[in-house]
Design a protein around this ligand. Structure first.
Ligand code: 4AD
Ligand code: MG
Length: 466
């Protein structure tokens, strides 16, 4: 038996008239008394290889066990195809069934299942064209991230997932404990006695690897993290997950302008990469879910992103309201922008991605560098069409006293971040970084509308099946 070939390579049709073996899952079977045509997919590409089966040469039991969803091996001759829709096809000389899929119970019989239904069978949805395309895109975007930073001389740095500090200070952390919740040890004051817990202190899953990445940047120069992060925010929206992946670069000596330049170059690199490496999958997704997808991806590459301050952004939004535009949430200086506000700026007003800077200090995290006005901080958010916020970042407060004061004002306990503060005591320097929400990037490049459909097994409020 010849070695297994990948369908993606065979379909390039460079060397026909040769023996080949393919292994994969049957998408469809059609034909007549004499011949069957199997559409076989092995996951290497969105495209199927047509297997032509001369029925009289095979046992009818074998043929009838090959139904939609079955996993098979087909060996035969690869020839130029006579039929429409494919350049090459395999004329089977030998077939083997690895696993049948009972047509009465296999849920993916016909095409066109709703995305909601597919979420309920997340264990099988990788077998669909849609999720095959999305998971391949996910891989290529992860590879793009590593490629971009590696080429720039950054180092991939691993922040811990279990942590004792709340980076964003938003109190949205999942606790990690081995205490028996029904018989929790208590202190004399009646509080939970965490000294008896596994780590002898209270710990949680991280919301961000930034604080640790800063420690690395202040020694290695440029680093980036790329891993899962966790937020127990009760946001049941198409853009929030309780477990999502984030890429967080952090760079010594970068000020806020450098940070914006890096973020813009980075995200354009990723979008360019998707168009260059995943165009078949993108075209499939465009055809089925979002016909403007390719155009939208190309449009963000064309022009520099618009850069403006939060204050200027709010003025534009207030003027929109004065002109009769209705928002669900109120807009005023000091308000946290809702996704509808962000999307108004990007989609209606500027028609290009926007970088908003200099937010009121009250609505941003304690680590952001305070501006001289004492009211705003050097934070930046990158807002994208259809997505809203895709990147959040800032220049960091590098001054020990100012940082300590901001932590106190924002009620971040010093006992949790003493080590972080200490980095400003010894060899501090200006530095900046940002976090890209990986699934938000995937929403953008895939054209999908719901973040639950761009991560294999989504975790959201009241949902952690599979
Ligand atoms: O704006 P955020 O909260 O920033 C931070 O965590 C900083 N520590 C980043 C940094 O400066 N190193 O989150 C960063 C990005 C957001 O812009 C968004 O794309 C994504 O992470 N994000 C989420 N994605 C999915 N589900 C959620 N619940 C998300 N929360 C944030
Ligand atoms: Mg943010």
């Amino acid at each position: 038996m010849s070695k297994r070939s990948m369908i993606v390579e065979l379909l390039q049709g460079i060397s026909t008239d040769q023996e080949a073996t393919v292994k994969g899952w049957v998408r469809t079977k059609r034909g007549n008394k004499n011949v069957a045509f199997l559409a076989l997919n092995d996951g290497s590409t969105i495209h199927n290889l047509q297997i032509v089966v001369d029925l009289p040469s095979f046992s009818s039991d074998l043929i009838s066990s090959i139904t939609t969803g079955a996993c098979i091996r087909a060996t035969g001759r690869l020839v130029a195809s006579q039929g429409k829709g494919q350049s090459v096809e395999l004329q089977a000389t030998d077939l083997e069934v690895y696993g049948t899929a009972d047509p009465n119970t296999y849920p993916l019989q016909k095409k066109g299942h709703s995305l909601e239904f597919l979420r309920e069978i997340a264990h099988l949805r990788p077998r669909t064209n849609t999720f095959g395309a999305i998971y391949r895109l996910r891989h290529h975007m992860a590879y793009a991230i590593h490629t971009f930073f590696h080429q720039k001389g950054f180092f991939y740095f691993n922040a811990p997932l279990i942590t004792g500090s709340d980076c964003e200070g938003a109190g949205q952390m999942f606790q990690v404990t081995t205490l028996d919740l029904a018989n929790c040890p208590k202190t004399e004051e009646g509080a939970v006695d965490y000294s008896r817990d596994f780590f002898a202190r209270q710990t949680s899953l991280t919301v961000s690897g930034q604080l640790e990445a800063e420690m690395a940047a202040l020694a290695l120069g440029g680093v980036y993290t790329f891993g899962p992060t966790f937020r127990a925010e009760n946001s049941n929206t198409p853009r929030h997950l309780a477990e999502f992946w984030m890429c967080e670069p952090e760079v010594a000596f970068n000020e806020i302008e450098d940070n914006m330049d890096l973020a813009e170059e980075f995200i354009k690199f990723c979008v360019r990469w998707a168009l260059d490496h995943c165009i078949d999958d993108i075209k499939f997704l465009a055809e089925h879910f979002d016909k403007d997808l390719v155009e939208r991806l190309e449009s963000v590459l064309e022009k520099p992103f618009v850069r403006l301050t939060y204050t200027e952004g709010v003025e534009i939004l207030e003027k929109a309201v004065a002109d009769g535009h209705k928002f669900e949430f109120p807009i005023y200086w000091g308000a946290d922008l809702a996704s509808e506000h962000e999307r108004y700026l990007v989609e209606q007003h500027f028609k290009t991605p926007v970088i908003l800077t200099d937010y009121p200090k009250e609505i941003k995290s304690f680590y952001m560098k305070l501006n001289d006005d004492d009211k705003t901080v050097r934070g930046m958010d990158i807002l994208f069409p259809k997505i809203g916020e895709i990147i959040g970042g800032s220049e960091r407060e590098a001054d020990y006293d100012k940082l300590r004061k901001r932590a106190q004002e924002m009620n971040v306990p010093e006992k949790d971040i003493w080590w972080y503060l200490e980095s400003r005591k010894f060899g501090t320097c200006p530095h900046s970084g940002f976090g890209l929400g990986f699934e938000r990037l995937l929403l953008f490049v895939s054209g999908m509308a719901n973040i639950r459909d761009v991560i294999p097994f989504p975790r959201t409020p009241k949902s952690a099946e599979f």
